[in-house]
Design a protein around this ligand. Structure first.
Ligand code: AQP
Length: 345
């Protein structure tokens, strides 16, 4: 090989890959919204970037969780990541509470986030309205912990659904504020928000986001729902009194189904409109249900296999915690030093 070629190969090898961080709360069984809005993009970016994907259990306790269910959902969320194709060999997969630096950096960053900024977060307003008996301080400072999650790993890019955009902007503000005072410390992260599927809506109330903690089980499709259940939920999906499948303002239910169908088939809205020209909503709903059910089937099969092997899942957790912990410690030490904390050797 010529020297030029060797140098070029070396350059490619040495080129630092950009880093991705994202996470999902184990606050229920993951939904189609989590899959389309987050996990599919995790997968898309997985080869091209250095990726850390976290199960954010510390975030989940901002809303009361039943301990046994939180534990089960934590295993399940990790198993879903792997079943969806995120391999632990190529990505760092870990549980947030296994890396103590998240909580430590969160305290520090809380001193650089303003009360007014946190008060403006719409998720806090929504969640406190839905949990009026438990408006705890963790719910209020949730975005600070999220900023710590991201900044700890010097992430360049954060794949999220549109509902997390405001939190991500706050993470950027905190990073810029800290960097402005202490000099370059944190990478200021960019969001990666999909154009189609950035906000999958409830099937029962299509003006509301599909959420895994929805008390109406017909509102969401869980990634692990059985085929019959998935098809039934789509057949029952709330639409409108029109009968033409077309993407238009005011047709929230149909628009939502079209964006789900488009995410699974890769078809544009125009193509979907042509495919269902002259057909009614019933045919369309069945087609969406069957497509989603077929698309999720291999994930469910692999998930079931993984859940019988807890020791494998625990070995992934352990490896991920060690890998993430090393990176996190580097940033935390840098921050503590800049702040003037005394570091013991
Ligand atoms: N409906 C959605 N459409 C598109 N993206 C979505 N995400 C969640 N719901 C949708 C994205 O999934 C990632 C993980 O979200 P999370 O579980 O950490 O928190 P969340 O946004 O509060 O999700 P849920 O399902 O609504 O959880 P609960 O019910 O516990 O509050 C994020 O990237 C999010 O954008």
């Amino acid at each position: 090989m010529s020297e030029d070629k060797i140098n070029a190969t070396e350059n490619i090898k040495n080129e630092k890959k950009k880093r991705i961080f994202s996470g999902i709360q184990p606050s229920g069984t993951l939904t189609l919204g989590n899959y389309i809005g987050a996990i599919r993009n995790f997968l898309l970016l997985s080869g091209e970037y250095d990726c850390l994907y976290c199960v954010v259990d510390e975030h989940a306790i901002t809303v009361r969780q039943v301990p046994a269910e939180l534990r089960r959902h934590t295993y399940e969320t990790l198993a879903i990541y792997i079943a969806c194709g995120l391999s632990p060999e190529e990505n760092i997969l870990f549980i947030q509470s296994h890396v103590h630096q998240h909580a430590e950096l969160s305290w520090i960053l809380g001193c650089y986030a303003m009360f007014g900024e946190l008060s403006r977060m719409t998720q806090f307003k929504d969640k406190s309205a839905n949990n009026s008996e438990n408006i705890n301080a963790g719910l209020f400072t949730y975005p600070v912990l999220m900023a710590a999650d991201i900044l700890l790993y010097q992430a360049d890019l954060v794949p999220v659904g549109i509902d997390q955009k405001q939190h991500l902007e706050l993470a950027r503000t905190i990073a810029e504020r800290f960097n402005g005072i202490y000099g370059d410390t944190f990478v200021v992260p960019d969001g990666y928000i999909p154009e189609v599927g950035m906000k999958i809506m409830s099937l029962a109330e299509p003006t509301k986001k599909m959420s895994k903690s929805d008390t109406n089980v017909n509102g969401y499709v869980a990634i692990l729902d059985e085929p019959d259940t998935i098809i039934r939920k789509f057949r029952r999906a709330v639409t409108d009194s029109d009968s033409t499948v077309r993407y238009a303002e005011g047709k929230d239910g149909i628009n939502n189904l079209m964006s789900i169908y488009s995410s699974f088939t890769g078809k544009s809205y125009n193509e979907i409109e042509s495919e269902f020209e002259g057909k009614g909503y019933g045919d369309f709903k069945t087609a969406v249900g069957e497509t989603v059910s077929d698309g999720l089937k291999p994930i469910r099969t692999e998930f079931n296999r993984l859940m019988t092997d807890k020791s494998y899942l625990e070995s992934v957790m352990k490896q991920g915690a060690e890998q993430a912990g090393r990176l996190a410690e580097r940033t935390l030490k840098k921050v503590q030093k800049k702040l003037g904390f005394v570091l013991l050797k």
